[in-house]
Design a binder for this molecule. Sequence first.
Ligand code: PMP
Length: 403
Amino acid sequence: MTDYRADFPALTQNINGHPLVYLDSAASSQQPAVSIDAMTEYQRYSHANVHRGVHTLSHRATDIYEGARDAVKAFINARSRSEIVYTSGTTEAINLVAQSYARPDLQAGDRIVISHLEHHSNIVPWQMVCEQTGAELVVAPINERGEVILEQLYALLDERVKLLAISYVSNALGTVNPVQEIIAEAHRREIPVLIDGAQAVPHVALDMQALDADFFAFSGHKMFAPTGIGILYAKERLLEKMPPWKGGGDMILEVSFDGTSYNELPYKFEAGTPNIAAAAGLGASISYLQSIGMQRIAEYEARLLDYMTTALQDIEGIRLIGTAANKASVQSFLLDDIHPHDLGTILDHQGVAIRTGHHCAMPVMQLYGIPGTARASLGFYNNQDDIDRLAEGLLKAREMFAG
Ligand code: PMP
């Protein structure tokens, strides 16, 4: 595949005297220049508030903001632009569903099912809503490779379950869950499904109509776009029934002290002035990704992940955490008894950026009986040289700790 690194200004710099090797895209991916430029262009010449403005700048801002929504709709093949709700990120999208969809109907005796693989943002909003309503949060177990045990998950899906919330790709272990099959099984039992797609969107070609998820949440900053913007995709008939979550400007049709009527979808869920610059960046990042093709990206990354797994396995003293048969982009590991934080610091001195810690997935770490891991994660701008540099850095760390 073409080397796309030059499209990303951040990747062309030296860090601590070495060309940067960026292996932390699962936390935040880098942004291509075309996306940064779209934001700057908006900020310089079209900055104004969206909707309702009669002047030219406001029209431009609205076109940029709503154009990005159309880009998201096409990118994930949603049926309608009404199904694309802007949020500040995955976390806010999941909280919106917890508070606006789940909370009004949940009662004591009801259940929400999640998996043991989840990021805190697909755990805590459900704990909160269960506390608020007396419902119960039930966790489907994973095996030692880090795969959800499907028979046990399906056995949990009885008539008490009001929602299944599960990640597409685990940020801590890289496990790809068979979400298509999981959604079909849940639907067979008339249980709606929320997919935490934060780690899937930058790696997998998506088709909401084929996937049939009821809710699908993701973040701009993990898909080569800026922070401060994310998307809740939801089926229109569900959004129609859900009450607004936040009140304020833009989400209303008419306000009087006798009462308020709400705006049409998706604006009912978008109170207040939004992050227009971030939408400009998101739209441009999507066009950029489409020009490369998500299928090509997925195929390239699969080969690169194989290369990384083999390179890491070849290092004496390495322990890979998360060895699922189907994985995307992420490898967690430990090296001898070197603290992951020390590993991360030694690698940073060599210009290699990885993440260390619990990766906001403490229950996963608890299951393995470890406080955290070192985690290398890939984007399509990485190549085999990056992985060789990671391996060299780890060998150096080993030498340092041995001596
Ligand atoms: N879910 C998963 C699987 C994630 O990896 C992340 C980010 N690490 C989130 C949810 C939360 O995303 P954000 O912080 O952008 O809201």
